[in-house]
Design a protein around this ligand. Structure first.
Ligand SMILES: [Zn+2]
Length: 295
């Protein structure tokens, strides 16, 4: 990225890339069950103009509202990332946003009839397949990134998420079983070394101990047949698509959540037992450091 231009003296910089923005070549639509609530949702994904970002148009309760992908509309979802604006909410946006990151797409209009995006198998495959099917269109303007210029950290009590300076986007994630040392897994995804396609198939998971709670709270209905259930040794109830699949799913979640900044970010993220809550805290911290808002 030697030719990129940087601006500012802050711990999060604005970086104008030589890379052009992208959208999709033509629209597509799909209908599927939402990951948590299991209701059928119809989605149309359309190309969008430069600098629009990813904007959801949600049709819900006789309302029709545009919700941009932006941390400003972030609402603390239960085990997912939910956008909320003027009483209209859209849940489980993170896998779609991670797929958009992986497909290298910047601008989309996403029309949703419902309150949650279709889950597929609880991974990014559904979206990646559709993006690849309709193809991509390069746009005239250059892409603008944020870049981490000094170490940031959120978390406590053994759960942390770090953002470190790096010239490429990278995520390292550490997963174990509630601090009990019965297993530990650690994987790194680096955009210059690993195809996103490889990790896109990593399905959502839960630990056996959490299943009762998940059923009681009415979550996970749309993926109960495909989600991985892990025991306290990290063994899954189904054969894995890729080695380290649960860790790669946590990496997908983080990538999707980072898209809530409204543009991509360059840095090395290190998650230790982190999840949506710390991802959201990090997004807000980066936004603050980039002086997107005052606190
Ligand atoms: Zn997820």
């Amino acid at each position: 990225m030697a030719e990129n231009q940087k601006f500012g003296e802050k711990s999060v910089q604005i970086l104008v890339s030589t890379k052009k923005q992208k959208t999709i070549s033509r629209s597509f639509s799909i209908t599927g069950k939402g990951l948590h609530y299991g209701k059928d949702t119809r989605v149309e994904v359309h190309p969008a103009k430069v600098d629009r970002g990813i904007v959801f148009q949600v049709f819900q309760n006789q309302k029709d509202l545009f919700i941009p992908t932006h941390f400003y509309h972030l609402h603390d979802g239960n085990r997912n990332s939910t956008l909320l604006k003027e009483g209209v909410s859209l849940s489980t946006v993170e896998h779609f946003l991670a797929a958009a990151w992986g497909a290298d797409v910047d601008n989309l209009l996403v029309k949703v009839e419902g309150d949650e995006l279709p889950a597929g198998e609880g991974n990014c495959s559904l979206w990646i397949e559709n993006f690849n099917r309709v193809g991509y269109k390069e746009q005239k303007l250059n892409r603008v990134y944020y870049q981490i210029d000094e170490t940031l950290v959120v978390g406590n009590c053994g759960k942390y998420l770090f953002a470190l300076p790096s010239n490429v986007f990278k995520v390292t994630y550490f997963l174990d079983y509630f601090f009990e040392s019965t297993f530990a897994l650690c994987m790194t995804f680096s955009e210059d070394e690993t195809e996103f396609l490889k990790i896109a198939q990593a399905r959502t998971f839960a630990f056996q101990d959490e299943i009762q709670y998940i059923i009681q709270t009415g979550l996970g209905k749309g993926v109960k047949d495909s989600a991985l259930i892990l025991d306290n040794k990290g063994r899954a109830d189904k054969s894995l698509y890729i080695q380290g699949e649960p860790v790669y799913h946590k990496i997908i979640d983080l990538i999707g959540d980072l898209m809530l900044l409204g543009r991509r970010i360059v840095g090395h993220f290190v998650g230790i037992r982190s999840g949506h809550s710390l991802n959201h805290q990090m997004v807000k911290l980066i936004a603050k450091k980039a002086r997107l808002f005052d606190e």
